[in-house]
Every structure is written in structure tokens, then in C-alpha cells.
Design a protein around this ligand. Structure first.
Ligand code: AMP
Ligand code: MN
Ligand code: MN
Length: 322
């Protein structure tokens, strides 16, 4: 059975479903999760959607249909017929929900990360797909489920954000075909653009200013980077959850083959986001440093402080150039 059909068959008889995405969820994560929740609830199943700890829902996705159905991990049932992981490359990215995962009757993994560890009973993993939202759409088609405007809006949000508004290399012909199909199904195309890209807080816009002012270019390493500290967050009143697209502003610099954004966390560790300008495969850099991701968009968490984590990455990049 092909991937999409095997997922459709796996959930067909389920009465109770727990679904989740990865920690620090992005538009594809929450969009795919809420779409699956709407689709399966529409079939009469009891669906429990949740997100890993630390439970932080990005404010730019508050508008998505079904957002109010999300549950904290402690509110989940102890077991379920089917557990569905979306856009999540491995089990450690869904802590503490792997406890529910282990007790599920059947587990399903829908994802497009190349480094996905195929951790479930049914693994529908396609690295050629633009987004997990695209894979959810294929399941929906394979199973002939009715797609309403609410679910279409959620999937469209995932598609738009993971392709960088149809600009990244994963913007395949099928990504455009999907956009048309979702618009036809009633996705709120303009609303998604307004809510995600033109409804940001003034606090975040000021944080963006701080980060951009600090941007550095190291021409020999073809690197552009910047950073955000905890005191930046205090001073501006912004949160890291709303800063998902900040790194895209650093990509604007000509000659930036690697773009890095260092984000200091409350415990002093640093979350590092990497993007590739065009050529450099950043997933392998992230993997060496304990993370992972896609060829062109990857990340990791460094136990070092801000200065140390910047030094660590520069060292890695120098080694590559040596
Ligand atoms: P981000 O920079 O947080 O938007 O992440 C970019 C990509 O890298 C996403 O596809 C993430 O799923 C992946 N990623 C980020 N951090 C990690 C990590 N610690 N381990 C594995 N994958 C990661
Ligand atoms: Mn994601
Ligand atoms: Mn994704």
C-alpha cells in the first residue's frame, strides 16, 4: 500500500485519536495538526490534539480554525486507538507525549524531514513534499474525506509558511497545484496572509529591529548571522514564539550562503536556526551539533552560552572551508 493509503487505512476504524506535532511548532506543524483534527472529527472520531512541552502556541496562528480544541499534555487520555505525529522527525521532538505514543494501539508518522527516524508503525515520510500539509492533503484525497474551508485554511497556512510564501526550493509544481486546490476548497488565502504576515505585534517588529541592527556578515565564511537575548525579549516585550520568520530577513543580504539566528533561552542555552542561501546543505551542520532538519532549513540547541554557541558555529564553518 502506498503511504497516503496506508495512513487512511490505519485511521479508518479508530474511535479515539491523539495527534501532535513537534516542539516549538511552526505553521506547518500547527496547520497540519488542526487540519487532521477537523478532518477526523468530521468523520465522528474523538480527536485529542496536543503539543509537546514547553506548551507554547505561536500567536500568529491563533486565528486558525480549531485552535481552541488544543489540549495540554496532562489533559490527554492515557491511551488511544491511533496516535498521529505530524511534521515531527523523531520521538524526542514530542516530549512528553511519547508516553501516550507508547500506549497507543497504532502509531502513525506523517512528515517530510529527510532525517525522520521512521519511529511509528505506519510511516508516511516524503522528503520531496513541500510540507507536511501537502502529505495530509494526499491522505485526505486517498481516503476521499470531505475537505471543508476550515481544514483547507489550516493546510494552506502550513503550505505558505513552509515554502516561505512560495519562494523556497521546496516550492514545487505540486505546491502550486495544492494551493489552487485548497483555495478551491475554501481556504481563506487573504486571511492567512493578513493574519500571519500583517498582524504581528509592535513588540515583535521592535525586536526585529534590534536583531537586524546587530546583523554581521563574515564574507570568508559566506555567513550572515544575528542573535536575540533574553533581555531583548524583556525590553521589547516580544516572545520567541512570534519570531519564527525573523531569520528570513537575514536571508536578504547578498552573498549569504549560510544564515544563522542565535536565540538565548531562559535557561541560558541557545536555540540556533540555520538557513541555506542556495548551495550549502545546513542539515548536516545542524546534525553534527546535535540537531537536524531539512537541507535548506535546519536547527539545533547549543548547551553553550550565546558567545560560546556563536564561536562553536564559526569553528564548524571554518572547518568546512579549510
Ligand atoms: P527552525 O529554525 O526552528 O525553524 O527549524 C528549522 C528546521 O530544523 C525545522 O524543520 C525543524 O524541524 C528542524 N530542527 C530545528 N531544531 C531541531 C532539532 N533540535 N532537532 C532536529 N530538527 C530540528
Ligand atoms: Mn515544522
Ligand atoms: Mn514542515
Amino acid at each position: 500500500m502506498k503511504g497516503a493509503e496506508s495512513v487512511a487505512a490505519a485511521v479508518q476504524r479508530a474511535k479515539t485519536v491523539v495527534a501532535t506535532s513537534h516542539v516549538n511548532p511552526d505553521g506547518d506543524g500547527v496547520g497540519s495538526l488542526l487540519a487532521v483534527t477537523i478532518l477526523l472529527s468530521g468523520l465522528g472520531k474523538k480527536v485529542y490534539p496536543s503539543l509537546p512541552e514547553p506548551w507554547k502556541y505561536p500567536p500568529q496562528y491563533e486565528f486558525l480554525p480549531g485552535r481552541e480544541s488544543l489540549l495540554a499534555p496532562e489533559s490527554l487520555p492515557g491511551n488511544c486507538d491511533v496516535f498521529i505525529a505530524l511534521d515531527c522527525s523523531n520521538l524526542s521532538r514530542m516530549e512528553p507525549l511519547e508516553q501516550v505514543f507508547e500506549r497507543a494501539g497504532l502509531t502513525v508518522n506523517i512528515d517530510h524531514h529527510e532525517d525522520n527516524t521512521r519511529f511509528a508503525d505506519v510511516n508516511y515520510v516524503d522528503p520531496a513534499a513541500s510540507s507536511t500539509a501537502e502529505l495530509v492533503y494526499r491522505v485526505c484525497e486517498a481516503a476521499s474525506w470531505a475537505l471543508d474551508g476550515r481544514a483547507a485554511t489550516c493546510l494552506y497556512a502550513g503550505l505558505v509558511t513552509d515554502t516561505g510564501r512560495f519562494q523556497h526550493r521546496n516550492t514545487t509544481p505540486s505546491a502550486f497545484v495544492l494551493a489552487a486546490k485548497l483555495a478551491e476548497a475554501g481556504a481563506d488565502v487573504h486571511g492567512v496572509a493578513r493574519e500571519i504576515y500583517e498582524s504581528q505585534s509592535l513588540q515583535y517588529v521592535r525586536l526585529l529591529g534590534t536583531a537586524l541592527k546587530r546583523a554581521q556578515r563574515l564574507e570568508n565564511l559566506r555567513l550572515v548571522y544575528s542573535y536575540i537575548t533574553q533581555s531583548d525579549l524583556e525590553e521589547t516585550g516580544a516572545t520567541l514564539a512570534e519570531a519564527e520568520d525573523l531569520i528570513d530577513y537575514l536571508r536578504r543580504v547578498k552573498g549569504a550562503e549560510v544564515v544563522a539566528l542565535f536565540k538565548e533561552l531562559p535557561d541560558g542555552t541557545v536555540r540556533v536556526s540555520l538557513r541555506s542561501g542556495d548551495e550549502v546543505e545546513v542539515a548536516s551542520i545542524a546534525r553534527v551539533l546535535g540537531g537536524g532538519g531539512h537541507a535548506m532549513a535546519a536547527g539545533y540547541t547549543s548547551e553553550k552560552d550565546l558567545e560560546g554557541s556563536i564561536g562553536e558555529l564559526l569553528e564548524r564553518l571554518r572547518d568546512r572551508h579549510a
